[in-house]
Design a protein around this ligand. Structure first.
Ligand code: ADP
Ligand code: MG
Length: 271
């Protein structure tokens, strides 16, 4: 098992944000983490990234996170946070190189070239990062984190917090196909937070749904993505169709409630 989380809880400013989470991710598996805004997904991710104190246990390849030295940990666990702001005038190729081992920075690095090619950012290599579009920046950050664990042979964990949120549909597919290949063909364990239920259905081996800091349900996509569960977790109505491809398709339905009523006085004033 690459990642084991036992009884994990995280408190911030005196409030428990994540409560008693238990989950595992094995080599070659893509586990998608779903749940409404504020459910505690990023907080859980930050605990796994070592950015927040926690109660409970987090083990990477059987060893407690605290038992790893930082350099070794960086070669086994890569994290793409929900947002990364690069305000320094670094170029695309310089940011990709930041994720690579120091020795590779002195000569032409074929891995950096492969990653820039795969993520379609090679043509941007001399551009300054602050001037890139949101989607270009997201592809760049993914290249950086993949480069970080690329040379490690086993026990690699990739943590992705909404890594497709700024991408157009074609790039969403491309990026998740690449992430899926890293898992299937190279044995990387992937824990990815996504909001798009249909992308999750297409690419997850398993799903965990969080609600109010807790694990609400865990299972395969057809088990998790049901109208009743989605109503209970997100409070919205859906129709779910099983596709011949073997995964479900979620279609949102109009809520049918008069949620717009509070806007009426504003609309009247404007007209
Ligand atoms: P998600 O990623 O699932 O949308 P987050 O993990 O970012 O949710 O946040 C979970 C909850 O914790 C939210 O209600 C958020 O406002 C709250 N929260 C996040 N950071 C802090 C903090 N530093 N102090 C207090 N509350 C926080
Ligand atoms: Mg989040």
């Amino acid at each position: 098992m690459v990642l084991e989380i036992q009884n994990l809880s995280v408190s911030l400013a005196g409030t428990e944000i994540v409560s008693d989470i238990n989950l595992t991710v094995s080599a070659g598996e893509v586990l998608m983490l779903l749940g409404p805004n504020g459910a505690g997904k990023s907080t859980l991710m930050k605990a796994l990234a070592g950015e927040l104190p926690y109660r409970g246990r987090i083990r990477l390849a059987g060893r407690e996170l605290g038992g790893w030295c930082p350099g070794e940990l960086a070669r086994h666990r890569a994290i793409m946070p929900q947002s990364v702001e690069v305000n320094f005038p670094l170029t695309v190729e310089e940011v990709v190189a930041l994720g690579r081992p120091a020795a590779t920075r002195r000569c032409a690095d074929s891995v950096a070239e492969i990653l820039m090619e795969a993520l379609e950012i090679k043509h941007l290599r001399h551009r300054l990062v602050p001037g890139l579009s949101g989607g270009e920046q997201q592809r760049l950050q993914l290249a950086r984190v993949l480069g970080q664990i690329w040379d490690t042979r086993q026990d690699r964990l990739l943590l992705l917090d909404e890594c497709t949120s700024a991408l157009d549909p074609a790039h969403q597919q491309m990026v998740l196909e690449l992430v899926g290949a890293m898992a299937r063909e190279h044995g990387v364990a992937v824990l990815a937070i996504v909001h798009d239920l249909n992308l999750a259905a297409q690419f997850a081996d398993r799903m965990v749904v969080m609600k109010s800091g807790r694990c609400f349900h865990e299972g395969g996509s057809s088990e998790v993505l049901t109208p009743s569960l989605l109503k209970a977790v997100y409070g919205y109505r859906t129709r779910v169709i099983q596709l011949p491809e073997g995964y479900p398709l979620v279609i949102p339905l109009a809520s049918g409630s008069a949620q717009t009523a509070p806007l009426n006085p504003v609309c009247r004033q404007a007209s």
